[in-house]
Design a protein. Structure first.
Length: 115
């Protein structure tokens, strides 16, 4: 069997492993795949990646790829962002939750609902 060169570091070889740990929204999955002998980068096998996606969807933790466009508006001394109704229902928001807002990059914000 010919060893593949790592596409991440281009130095090490990819070896088959059965202990890749993947985390989705606090849930851990152990899968098969390949790991670089030099940089340690891991590549999940396609069949196992699909299994993680299917299980995550059943658990309701798989993120929606949809990007919705909204316009910000001013209110007093702040800026308001309205949360779409479908997201509000999916996340079971009541409208009185506390949230954490972080800047993650030049043009991105991360909004986390505190539990």
């Amino acid at each position: 069997m010919k060893l593949m060169k790592c596409p991440a570091c281009e130095k090490g070889a990819l070896i088959d492993v059965d202990n890749i740990l993947s985390e989705v929204e606090g849930h851990c999955f152990v899968t098969e795949g390949r790991r670089c002998t030099d940089c340690g980068e891991e590549f999940v096998a396609e069949k196992d990646g699909q299994k993680i996606i299917e299980a995550s969807k059943k658990l309701g933790i798989w993120g929606e790829p949809l990007k919705l466009h909204r316009k910000l508006s001013k209110s007093g001394r702040g800026t308001v962002l309205r949360i779409p109704n479908d997201i509000e229902k999916t996340m079971k928001l009541k409208g009185n939750e506390h949230v954490l807002i972080s800047k993650v990059g030049k043009n991105k914000l991360l909004l986390e609902v505190e539990s």
